[in-house]
Write a new protein. Structure first.
Lengths: 221, 207
């Protein structure tokens, strides 16, 4: 399996928060709901992050715009703390629904960042216009930031404002990588193989179209 | 059973919706629409209630602990005030509900959105520092794109706009499409894993 830069930084980000005795903030963005694959991938990473924060006894703040995501996150975090052996360390009040409105959510998360000054901020999920508002606020308080999204427009903002960015499918690969589950890892491997096949087909089609411009088999109908 | 049942429901609904989506039959289409639009609305109404209850609980606890008290009081007051205004005077154009919406909520949202202008400037300042070859290329490309979008582009040189357009249409677009192919594949494998029950994090964990 290939290495993903942002993944190595997760432990470092949690360690930093613990050393500085400051919380860690994880938010899935405003753009997605629970049926979106990006949110599911984000939950996998949250599970791993929560397990580590449980071991280090580092407070984890999880604001979200969707009550269903909130319920799932509560369950994921609770299970992770149980798995780490510290069920008593779960702070249920830190996993909260803030607002369904886009800029209401952005203002609430901004306020949480400004008041709690988390040492590390995880922006993993589906983000829209609020991405840069959150990333720049995190940057202004000197937090180490790990971001990842499936929105190509918001990726540019994250790359500029965050320390590590999981670009597109790296978010899905990272979640599979962290699970350590053989069947999930093999699906990530299959994804890589299909990607190589698509690249090969694209190269062949380009050469074919250059040699024989009248051919049409490579065109999407 | 607590986990098995939701997993079975999720798998069955996933397969059913997949079949309905790709089927051209009118019954399949109307069923698909019914599940996606009407069932979703019902579920959304319940989840909103869940969100409101959680919001009240978290903020009341926060007020008790004297954490961010003024903000929490305002948030709770707003949560109570808006439905009360809507229930008493309705939500028509000249109602108090719409007055609060137009004169308080909308300006506050616009204020947060307006922050983006300043954040784009500060982020661009950091991003465009030419500390490496890649950052230098980014800086030049960004300058060309900015110039091409203003009248200055045509004024300085006739080649600026076509060059910026070429950058947008070829190198930038091909990189974007490569990322989109990866995202598509990632979404597909994650969805298949959820439908087949391999991915169980949404139920609380892998194990």
């Amino acid at each position: 399996m290939r290495e993903i830069g942002g993944l190595k930084a997760i432990e470092e980000a949690i360690g930093r928060a613990t050393e500085m005795a400051r919380p860690l903030l994880f938010t899935p963005g405003w753009g997605g709901d629970i049926q979106r694959p990006t949110t599911i991938a984000s939950m996998n990473i949250l599970s791993q992050v929560a397990e580590t924060t449980a071991r280090y006894d580092c407070p984890l703040i999880y604001p979200t715009h969707d009550p269903v995501i909130m319920s799932v996150a509560q369950e994921v975090i609770r299970e992770s703390y149980v798995r780490a052996g510290y069920p008593d360390r779960v702070r249920e009040d830190n996993i909260m629904y803030v607002s369904s409105s886009q800029f209401g959510y952005a203002a609430a998360v901004d306020g949480l960042i400004a008041r709690n000054r988390p040492a590390s901020v995880f922006l993993l999920g589906t983000f829209e216009a609020e991405s840069l508002i959150l990333a720049e606020t995190g940057n202004s308080i000197g937090a180490i930031q790990i971001a990842g999204t499936d929105s190509t427009i918001q990726l540019a903002f994250f790359i500029v404002a965050c320390d590590y960015t999981l670009i597109g499918e790296e978010l899905f690969a990272a979640s599979g990588y962290l699970s350590g589950d053989q069947s999930i890892l093999s699906s990530v491997r299959a994804q890589d193989i299909i990607k190589i096949l698509i690249a090969v087909i694209l190269v062949i089609a380009t050469i074919w179209a250059t040699i024989d411009p009248n051919s049409t088999w490579w065109k999407y109908q | 059973m607590r986990r098995r049942l939701p997993q079975i429901v999720c798998g069955l609904m996933g397969i059913l919706l997949l079949i309905l989506y790709f089927s051209g039959h009118p019954i399949a289409r109307s069923l698909n629409l019914l599940v996606l639009v009407e069932y979703y609305q019902i579920i959304f109404a319940f989840t909103l209630l869940l969100g409101a209850v959680s919001f009240v609980k978290v903020n009341l606890k926060g007020i008790e602990r004297r954490e961010d008290r003024p903000y929490r009081v305002v948030a709770l007051l707003a949560l109570v005030l808006m439905p009360v205004l809507a229930l008493i005077w309705g939500i028509k154009g000249d109602s108090p509900f719409m007055w609060v919406f137009d004169n308080i909520q909308v300006p506050m949202q616009s204020t947060v959105f307006a922050l983006l202008a300043f954040f784009v400037a500060s982020a661009s300042f950091r991003g465009f520092r030419a500390r490496s070859v890649a950052a230098g290329v980014l800086l030049v490309s960004a300058l060309l794109a900015l110039l091409s979008r203003s009248d200055l582009g045509g004024f300085i040189a006739n080649h600026v706009s076509p060059l910026a357009e070429w950058l947008r249409d070829y190198p930038s677009m091909s990189a974007r499409r490569a990322i989109l192919i990866g995202i598509g594949l990632g979404s597909l494998t994650t969805s298949v894993r959820v439908i087949l029950g391999i991915e169980r994090t949404w139920l609380g964990g892998w194990k």
